[in-house]
Design a protein around this ligand. Structure first.
Ligand SMILES: Nc1ncnc2c1ncn2[C@@H]1O[C@H](COP(=O)(O)OP(=O)(O)OP(=O)(O)O)[C@@H](O)[C@H]1O
Length: 572
């Protein structure tokens, strides 16, 4: 139940719609009972040939009753669905914001398909929480209590029958079904997550699967997962129908019992025969509210499980991250300090960074070089606060990153990573992800500056930039960083796919554009680093050398050897 609290809180924020749905649901329910009661009475009275005005009045009451019932039923549906859909959209945004905060470390625990299943399927399941779990029992109980009060004027014995019927159809039988339902619902949710995971993998890996001729195998796995999901859906549907049919049958038995009891009472002179049909009609109508309770356990179970799966993602991460009050960093190029920083990835014992100490003064240009796997990109990820340092402290302009608001940090940083994502749309859409204060002419100039002269702003970019070459993607990412116009640059091999001439042009542009900014650049190639204020050489997560280009060459250490190797490759 505690899992549902977050959702109930969101539901309560739609207070007005929730109250209106309950009120109109009650009016519709009680109008239906009144309407059928009046019908029953009308039929009986008509047989006794009453004066015409009595019949006319009764017919008018029936007409008004059906009118009120129709209007209130419509209003109930309208407000309950509006509350539900608003709640769902708020819940999806709430969950998405949580996932966004913890995004990189979440992928260590959950596969993306599973996360997708949660954000789409599990949030969707919660639509039943209000529509089928929260307010139908309130309406059922209030309509029953009012009906029982009404019936008590005629016969307490029939009241007892109705109470027994309510207990059976609204409580005992649904509780019994709930037990049976648990297993079926669990399996259904697991199958849905597994299907979603398989589909995402198939999409991501389509090209590789095709090249390695494994497409058919994967498709077969997909079909199996889909069949399994359909099978579990059918099973849940069948179970729901059986539950509902059983409850309807029991409600009918109770109405038969009301008829028998009524007939007995009339025969013994304890009830006026004119009310018999009315009481039977009341019984038939009032159970309309309790028979759907047969599927209550399905929806309750479904909502609780879905809430549990959503909370599992959010809470584990919230617990891990110490809650600190974050603040914004000042504008302008920051001074970056790493003090005894060590780092291991979640659920991995390997020390990826060990005791890293470095100072990057405001406005300085720093290159990080070193063999593959030495921890260069990881260091950048820590600067971007994508992961917290396991030990030590990282600060920007004197403020520890743990105290800096993540959004604010990203807003003030120009980032080009090894892999950059591009969205389906135009070049212009992809350039203006964060800002729209650029005119088309200015944007075209930026494209020209990054040597993308052949492209226009209207050119289409396919999903993930599939219609761009590796080098074009890197230049477009660089253009995007230029457009962002922040004064802290984090660049992870931004030119690795470019030819030497284009790389040189991009470096020239960078030095010009980021003249007063703080720049951290990871690079495999050593050419072009002569103008850097500082070069840091990393190996196995440690800083092994640092200094200017000339210092490191004179030192004749690791950097010097790397430079010699690069020269010999160029000469051979
Ligand atoms: N998400 C991750 N989870 C666990 N280990 C990781 C993760 N990302 C990287 N690593 C490990 O961390 C180490 C450092 O990786 P990193 O990407 O920082 O190296 P790098 O110096 O940037 O390498 P390259 O030059 O090849 O990009 C590697 O051994 C890698 O296997």
């Amino acid at each position: 139940m505690s899992e549902l609290l977050t959702i109930v809180r969101l539901m309560i924020s739609q207070k007005k719609d929730v109250i209106l749905s309950v009120v109109f649901g009650y009016i519709a329910g009680i109008a239906a009972v009144g309407l059928f009661a009046a019908n029953g009475y009308l039929i009986s009275r008509a047989a006794l040939e009453p004066p015409l005005y009595v019949l006319i009045t009764m017919v008018a009451v029936v007409k008004i009753g059906s009118f009120i019932r129709a209007i209130s039923r419509y209003a109930e549906r309208y407000y309950s669905h509006r509350a539900t859909f608003t709640m769902l959209s708020e819940l999806r945004v709430y969950f998405y914001e949580k996932v966004e905060q913890h995004a990189p470390s979440l992928f260590h625990k959950y596969r993306s398909g599973d996360l997708l299943a949660r954000i789409v399927g599990d949030v969707e399941s919660l639509q039943h929480l209000f529509l089928r779990v929260f307010y139908p029992p309130i309406i059922m109980i209030t309509v029953f209590v009012s009906t029982i009060l009404f019936v008590s004027f005629y016969s307490m014995k029939i009241v007892v029958l109705l109470v027994v019927g309510l207990a059976l159809t609204g409580l005992i039988i649904p509780a019994w079904f709930a037990k049976k339902q648990k297993k079926v619902s669990n399996r259904l949710r697991e199958e849905r997550a597994s299907l979603s995971t398989e589909v995402t993998e198939w999409f991501y890996g389509f090209r590789e699967l095709k090249i390695h001729q494994k497409l058919e195998d994967k498709e077969q796995q997909l079909v199996n997962a889909s069949n399994q999901y359909i099978f579990e859906q059918q099973r849940e549907g069948t179970q729901g129908n059986v539950n509902q049919a059983t409850n309807v049958a029991i409600a009918l038995v109770i109405s038969w019992a009301v008829l028998a009891m009524g007939a007995f009472l009339v025969a013994h002179g304890n009830l006026d025969g004119v009310f018999l049909a009315m009481l039977v009609m009341v019984s038939l109508t009032v159970f309309e509210h309790s028979t759907p309770m047969a599927v209550f356990p399905i929806h309750y179970e479904d909502s609780e499980r879905a809430a549990k799966r959503l909370n599992a993602v959010i809470e584990s991460e919230d617990e891990e991250q110490e809650q600190v009050q974050t603040k914004e960093i000042t504008s302008g190029p920051p001074t970056v300090k790493l003090n005894e920083v060590s780092f291991s990835f979640p659920n991995d014992d390997r020390n990826i960074l060990s005791d890293v100490n470095v100072v990057l003064p405001a406005g300085s240009k720093t290159a990080i070089v070193g063999p593959s796997g030495s921890g260069k990109s990881t260091l950048l990820q820590l600067l971007l606060k994508l992961y917290p340092a396991t030990a030590g402290e990282i600060s920007l302009s004197g403020v520890p990153v743990t105290h800096i608001d993540q959004e604010n940090l990203w807003q003030k940083t120009n980032v080009v990573l090894q892999e950059n994502h591009f969205f389906f749309g135009t070049i212009k859409d992809n350039l203006l992800l964060q800002t729209d204060n650029w005119s088309d002419d200015e944007l075209q100039q930026v494209l020209d500056a990054v040597q993308l002269k052949g492209f226009s702003l209207k050119d289409t970019v396919l999903e993930k930039g599939q219609n761009l070459s590796g080098g074009e993607k890197q230049r477009l990412a660089m253009a995007r960083a230029l457009v962002k116009n922040a004064s802290f640059w984090i660049l992870d091999e931004p030119t690795s796919s470019l030819d030497s001439w284009t790389e040189q042009q991009i470096y020239e542009l960078l030095y010009r554009q980021a003249k007063n900014d703080t720049v951290v650049l990871v690079s495999h190639r050593l050419a072009g680093l002569e103008r850097m204020d500082q070069i840091i050489v990393m190996d196995q997560g440690k800083i092994v050398e640092s200094g200017t280009f000339n210092d490191l060459i004179k030192m004749k250490g690791y950097f010097y050897k790397l430079k010699q190797v690069e020269k010999s490759i160029l000469l051979s």
